[in-house]
Design a binder for this molecule. Structure first.
Ligand code: FE2
Length: 231
């Protein structure tokens, strides 16, 4: 039985439960139980009470010739978990990307986003095309607009790739928990993809790896909410 974390705030409890679920390999049933406990806590996060926001809106700032500026508030990271908040002004999008060997729990804090998610069908199988490039086969698993409050999750096996766009006037913000974090040295780098062909009947897509799109501009912003108090 896991011992409670004394005197902890919600974000500290999230980090603690992430360690319980992911710090060491667990049997499937134990992992499922601890993962559910973690997800329940992520779902409880409130933008004002825990994350220090006063008003749920994202001002639109733009770099000429590029896209609208997306802000990222870093909260906490160790070798098991990374926590942060993405702030997207209306019309900003994060292009299709993957999360290798990772679980990501997200709580949409405000606004509406259009989400497309994919599963790999054959990540290991490359399709050569006449232009000499390689493609990977994926299947569209989710394509819809969701509004806050909304909890979204992806795992190493399900919905591992996604892309989204902020649709509402006030922009959109989501609290992200990554287990484990991206780590280039451990083969968990973030790769961006472009869908070059889509089959409406099978929902299968051919995806091509691309460099990070230059229109994607992410700048840091200061986080004012609860701190993670883990030793
Ligand atoms: Fe993502």
């Amino acid at each position: 039985m896991a011992s409670p974390v004394p005197m902890s705030n919600l974000l500290t409890r999230i980090a603690h439960h992430a360690r319980l679920a992911y710090a060491t390999p667990l049997p499937p049933q134990a992992l499922a139980q601890r993962r559910e406990a973690l997800f329940k806590l992520v779902h409880e996060v409130d933008l004002k009470q825990h994350l220090g926001f006063v008003r749920p809106e994202v001002p639109r700032e733009e770099i000429p010739g590029k896209g609208p500026i997306i802000r990222y508030m870093h909260i906490f990271e160790d070798d098991v978990i990374s926590m942060g908040i993405f702030l997207l002004p209306k019309g900003a999008s994060i292009p299709l990307h993957d999360h290798p060997q990772m679980t990501v729990a997200s709580q949409l804090l405000w606004g509406s986003i259009k989400v497309n998610s994919y599963d790999w069908v054959r990540k290991d199988r490359h399709f050569a095309s006449p232009d000499g490039q390689d493609y990977n086969l994926a299947r569209l698993t989710l394509s819809e607009q969701v509004s806050a409050p909304q909890f979204l999750v992806l795992t190493a096996e399900e919905n591992n790739l996604h892309e989204f766009e902020a649709m509402s006037d006030e922009g959109a913000a989501f609290f992200d928990v990554l287990c484990p974090p991206y780590n280039f040295e451990e083969d968990r780098d973030c790769t961006y993809y472009q869908c070059v062909d889509f089959n409406d009947t099978s929902s299968e897509a051919l995806l091509r790896e691309i460099p990070q799109p230059p229109s994607l501009v992410i700048s840091r912003a200061t986080y004012m909410g609860e701190e993670v108090l883990l030793s």
